[in-house]
Design a protein around this ligand. Structure first.
Ligand SMILES: [Fe+2]
Length: 261
């Protein structure tokens, strides 16, 4: 028997029963609810549905124990083994080479502010039409595009150039989109963002996202992501959007503690 799973499951069941009682939910409404779950399962959207509503809460819980840079949603479009960027240029498809350029730069330090050399920063972001490379449903574009791993120099700094991503809609043609947009009257948009996964030996890695100041969907993200400190002020240098993002990494979590998580 798994005591923790039992405890949490019992509390979820009790919480749902409380909502059903409070709202005098009828058998027809109950049936409509579970039929929606059946359709969600049939569409392969259980991960999407649960991520939309609950992943940000798990991130909030994780952040309570963080002393360095806080974490944000990983999202579903991370692909392992992205190309290592050695010339500072993230690959861009030919048809998008004239799109607005962004320069991603900053510094990785430990909690005391000492530079962290050799940290690996995995970066990924959308195309100018809101797709990700290496994703079957996005046309299986070669995963060398719009993603890559950058290493920090001796002084902890990093820099990479790419083109600017755009706000995009999470998959909205299935039951999750129907729930968000039609039943709940909401939307499926996310603000434009750049994903980061920063790793360094002996330090706790962090996954987060940087957002663009002035984006209309900031504060109204369908996935409830976003950290105020990761909304990057608009700085333009030579016509290029500068995304200056520093990361502060805390010591790695002890193995025994990780196992218990
Ligand atoms: Fe994303």
């Amino acid at each position: 028997m798994n005591e923790r799973a039992t405890l949490i499951t019992n509390e979820i069941v009790e919480a749902i029963r409380g909502v059903l009682r409070k709202n005098n939910v009828t058998f027809g409404e109950y049936r409509a609810g579970f039929m929606h779950l059946v359709k969600t399962q049939q569409a392969g959207e259980i991960p999407l549905l649960t991520d939309v509503f609950f992943n940000s809460t798990i991130v909030d819980i994780e952040n309570e124990s963080r002393k360095g840079t806080r974490a944000d949603l990983q999202g579903p479009y991370f692909v392992p083994d992205a190309p290592v960027i050695t010339d500072g240029q993230i690959a861009v498809e030919d048809e998008h080479k004239d799109k607005p350029v962004m320069v991603l730069r900053g510094k990785v330090t430990d909690l005391e502010g000492n530079p962290v050399a050799g940290a690996e920063i995995d970066i990924w972001h959308s195309t100018p039409d809101g797709r990700y490379s290496g994703i079957e449903k996005h046309g299986n574009m070669d995963k060398k595009f719009y993603r890559g791993r950058v290493m920090t120099s001796e002084d902890g700094s990093y820099e990479a150039r790419s083109i600017t991503p755009v706000p995009y809609q999470i998959p909205n043609k299935g039951p999750t989109g129907h729930l968000l947009e039609n039943i709940m009257g909401g939307h499926s948009w996310r603000p434009a963002h750049v994903h980061y996964w920063v790793k360094a030996p002996g330090l706790r890695d962090v996954i987060n996202q940087a957002y663009f100041e002035g984006d209309e969907w900031i504060g109204n993200d369908s996935c409830n992501g976003g950290l105020d400190e990761m909304v990057i002020p608009e700085v333009i240098e030579n016509g290029e959007r500068i995304m200056e993002v520093d990361f502060k990494l805390e010591p790695a979590v002890a193995k025994s503690l990780q196992a218990a998580e």
